[in-house]
Design a protein around this ligand. Structure first.
Ligand code: PMP
Length: 433
C-alpha cells in the first residue's frame, strides 16, 4: 500500500513548463562523444594552450598576496577594481565617458550576461530577432524569458573569382531582415565576430541593423566575446558606437575569450544605466556576485592591457596574430583533403564543407538525423577527430538547409593542429588508395 501511495504521489510533472523543448544541448551531447572517442578535439571552443603568464601570476598574487579580503564577497555588480578598469578601457573603445558603477556589470561569463539580458528585457509575447547561424543558447534563453525567437539567416553567396569562400560571403538580405521587424520586436541579438562562421559584420551591415533598431525602437543585445579575434587587418566595429545605438545597446564581453581563460567564467556587460539597472535586478536575484579572486586577476590583466594599448606587447595584439597563423594552417590542412574551409575573418572557429565526404559515412536506414550530425559522430568514433555539426547553430525550421558543414576550433597548440592534420592526411590516403 505504501509503495502504491508513494508512486501515486510521483505522477505529477516536476519540471516547469518553461523548460519544454529546450532540454537538448549540443555541447553536452558532443562533449560526451568527444570525451569517449576523440584523440583530437577541435569541437568545443576553448584554447588548449596556457593563459598568458601575466594573468595567471595576477591570480596567484591575488590568492596569496596578503589581502585576505579577496577571499570574501565583493560588490554585487562587479569587483570595484574590475569595473573601474573596464570602464576606462571601454571609454577608449566606445569614445564616451562611462560610470564604472552604472555602465558596467560583471557576470559569470558571457553566458550569464546573456541570461540577464533576456530575463531583464524580454517579456511574454515579445519577439527577439536572431541572426542565423547563431550561438545556440540564444534560442532557449529567449524562450525561457517567455519571448519568441524570430530567425533571419545569413545566406551564402559563393564567390566566382575565388576558390575558397570567406565568412564575408555569408550575408543578410536587407529586405528579409527589414521584414522581421515589427511592433512586436523587442530586441535583436547581434554576434560579431560571429560564432560559428567567424563573420565580422561590416560597417554597412551594422548600419542597416542600427537603422532598423532606431526606426522600430528595438534594443540590441550585442555579443562581442570575440572582439579581439579579428584577422587580416579587419576592424571590429562596436554597434554601440553607431548613431542612436548607445541608449539601446548592451555590449557583452568575456575574459574567457579575451585572455584565453574560459574556465574563469568572468564576463561583463557595458551599456546605458537605463538598461543595466534592470540587468542588475536579475543579477542581484540570481547569482548576486561573481568570484572575487578571478575578478581581481582579470582587473590586473586589463590594467596591463590599458598601459600597452595598441602596442606590439599587448596580448590583444599578439593573440590574434598567433591565431591567424593557426587559422591559416588549418585552412591548408582542410583544403588539402577536400574539406573546403570557409575562411573566417574573426573568432577561433572555422566552418568546413563536408559535401565531398558523403560516400565515407554509412547511411543509417530510417534515420532522420541530418548528414552533418551523422558525419560528425562517425568522424569522432572512427577517426578520433571531434568537431561540431553546423546545423546545430540553426533553428529547427532552417537546419535542413545547412547540413553540409561542420565547425572546428583552431585555438589549439601546434601539436594538436598537427595531430588533426595527420588524421586528415591519413584519411585522404585511405580514400585514394
Ligand atoms: N557568446 C558566444 C558567441 C560564445 O561563443 C560563448 C562561448 N562559447 C559565449 C557567449 C559564452 O562565453 P563565456 O564562456 O564567457 O560564458
Amino acid at each position: 500500500f505504501l509503495s502504491h501511495f508513494l508512486q501515486a504521489k510521483m505522477s505529477r510533472q516536476v519540471q516547469a513548463r518553461r523548460l519544454e523543448g529546450i532540454d537538448k544541448n549540443i555541447w553536452v551531447e558532443f562533449g560526451k562523444l568527444a570525451a569517449a572517442y576523440s584523440k583530437v578535439n577541435l569541437g568545443m571552443g576553448f584554447p588548449d594552450f596556457p593563459a598568458p603568464d601575466f594573468l595567471t601570476e595576477a591570480f596567484t598574487r591575488a590568492l596569496g598576496g596578503g589581502n585576505h579580503m579577496l577571499h570574501q564577497y565583493t560588490r554585487a555588480f562587479g569587483h570595484p577594481p574590475l569595473v573601474k578598469v573596464l570602464s576606462q578601457f571601454f571609454e577608449k573603445l566606445l569614445g564616451r565617458d562611462l560610470d564604472p558603477m552604472t555602465n558596467v556589470m560583471v557576470t559569470v561569463g558571457a553566458y550569464q550576461a546573456l541570461f540577464c539580458c533576456f530575463q531583464a528585457l524580454v517579456d511574454e509575447g515579445d519577439e527577439v530577432i536572431i541572426i542565423e547561424p547563431f550561438f545556440d543558447c540564444y534560442e532557449p534563453m529567449v524562450k525561457m524569458a517567455g519571448g519568441t525567437p524570430v530567425f533571419v539567416p545569413l545566406r551564402p553567396n559563393p564567390p566566382k573569382d575565388r576558390k575558397l569562400m570567406s565568412s564575408a560571403d555569408w550575408q543578410l538580405d536587407p529586405a528579409e531582415l527589414a521584414s522581421k521587424f515589427s511592433e512586436r520586436t523587442k530586441a535583436i541579438v547581434l554576434n560579431s565576430p560571429n560564432n560559428p562562421l567567424g563573420k565580422v559584420f561590416s560597417r554597412e551591415e551594422l548600419g542597416l541593423i542600427a537603422e532598423l533598431c532606431v526606426k522600430h525602437d528595438v534594443l540590441c543585445i550585442s555579443d562581442e566575446v570575440y572582439e579581439w579575434l579579428v584577422y587580416d587587418g579587419k576592424q571590429h566595429i562596436r554597434i554601440a558606437t553607431l548613431q542612436g545605438m548607445w541608449d539601446r545597446t548592451v555590449s557583452i564581453g568575456s575574459a574567457g575569450k579575451t585572455f584565453s581563460a574560459t574556465g574563469w567564467k568572468v564576463g561583463w556587460v557595458v551599456g546605458p544605466d537605463r538598461l543595466l539597472q534592470h540587468l542588475r535586478t536579475v543579477h542581484q536575484n540570481s547569482v548576486y556576485l561573481c568570484a572575487t579572486i578571478a575578478q581581481e586577476a582579470v582587473a590586473q590583466g586589463f590594467q596591463r592591457e590599458l598601459l600597452l594599448y595598441g602596442k606590439p606587447e599587448s596580448y590583444f595584439v599578439q593573440l590574434p596574430k598567433e591565431l591567424q597563423q593557426k587559422r591559416d594552417w588549418l585552412v591548408q590542412s582542410l583544403d588539402g583533403v577536400g574539406m573546403k574551409p570557409i575562411i573566417p575573418e574573426g573568432t577561433y572557429f572555422l566552418v568546413a564543407d563536408i559535401s565531398q565526404f558523403k560516400s565515407d559515412v554509412p547511411d543509417v536506414p530510417n534515420s532522420d538525423e541530418p548528414y552533418d550530425y551523422r558525419f560528425t559522430k562517425w568522424m569522432i568514433k572512427n577517426k578520433g577527430l571531434a568537431a561540431i555539426p553546423l546545423s546545430a547553430f540553426f533553428s529547427e525550421a532552417h537546419k535542413n538547409n545547412y547540413t553540409n558543414f561542420i565547425r572546428f576550433c583552431f585555438a589549439k597548440e601546434e601539436a594538436t593542429l598537427k595531430a588533426a592534420s595527420d588524421i586528415l592526411q591519413k584519411w585522404k590516403l585511405e580514400k585514394t588508395s
